[in-house]
Design a protein around this ligand. Structure first.
Ligand SMILES: Nc1ncnc2c1ncn2[C@@H]1O[C@H](COP(=O)(O)OP(=O)(O)OP(=O)(O)O)[C@@H](O)[C@H]1O
Ligand SMILES: [Mg+2]
Length: 244
């Protein structure tokens, strides 16, 4: 049985980093087949996650969603992969693309895509945008087995949720089953974690800032294990809770 996990949350809270590290940790810990789907078509994630890749090694989920029927073969053709790490694939938009690059696709098509991804892998991790007008994010939040809702410990994040949560009161979004967490995305001064906790909806975990993780992102190595015990310990505990 495949499991789909969506990562959502406030802008710049570390969603893309978290989703990628979650995928990497699951891949290495469970020797599982993992696919990451990056939803963003305003700031495509693939060129950020794989900054050193040549154009020929980059593909696009847009080409999959442009098809009338989505097949495993279409998906496999568009997977971006990492050398020496088999059964680990990445799907998203790439350099220069935007919402007009491909014909528009509806929610049914995205649901079909997620269903095909689930036939190809043990875990599908969806990195969603903060704005759930993004169609892939909107569908993933509704369809995922687990949704992680990420906040950073600052007033902007608290204010984001105060503004946006009422928009998703409809039970289809399952707000009350989402797992709220806090991530510290940089080394600047932050609101004390206790205060952040009291102002968010019952956060279940806190991920510390990791300079090594930030460096990995710059180097295009986020898909590899990181040498930071404090970060790894926290992260593995979360993975155990979610994956069980
Ligand atoms: N725990 C962490 N430790 C160190 N750096 C982090 C951590 N989490 C995130 N970052 C860094 O914070 C920055 C923002 O992270 P990221 O792009 O993942 O956020 P996001 O929520 O996906 O942003 P957006 O809303 O633009 O999609 C990046 O430079 C990333 O490397
Ligand atoms: Mg992002």
């Amino acid at each position: 049985m495949s499991k789909t996990i969506a990562v959502w949350g406030s802008p710049n809270s570390g969603k893309t980093t978290f989703a990628t590290k979650l995928a990497q940790t699951i891949y290495d810990k469970y020797q599982a087949t993992v696919i990451v789907l990056y939803a963003d078509n305003e700031t495509p994630a693939l060129p950020v996650i794989f900054p050193n890749y040549r154009k020929e090694d980059m593909f696009s989920v847009g080409a999959v969603l442009a098809k009338t029927e989505i097949t495993q073969e279409d998906v496999i053709k568009q997977l971006v992969t990492v050398k020496q790490r088999q059964n680990f694939g990445f799907l998203g938009f790439t350099d220069g693309e935007n919402r007009y690059t491909y014909p528009s696709f509806d929610e049914t098509k995205i649901r079909a895509l997620i269903a095909v991804l689930a036939t190809l892998s043990d875990f599908v991790i969806v990195d969603c945008t903060s704005n759930l007008k993004n169609p892939i994010s909107r569908v993933a939040i509704k369809e995922a087995d687990d949704v992680i809702r990420l906040a950073s410990p600052d007033l902007k994040s608290v204010t984001f949720f105060a503004s946006q949560m009422p928009l998703y009161a409809d039970p289809v979004f399952g707000l009350d089953r989402q797992i709220q967490g806090i991530n510290v995305p940089d080394a600047d001064l932050y609101m004390p974690i206790d205060e952040a906790k009291s102002r968010l909806h019952d956060p279940r975990f806190v991920i510390p800032y990791s300079r090594a993780v930030k460096q990995q992102m710059l180097d295009g190595k986020l898909t590899e294990p990181v040498n930071d015990k404090k970060f790894n310990d926290k992260f593995k505990a979360i993975v155990d809770k979610i994956v069980g």
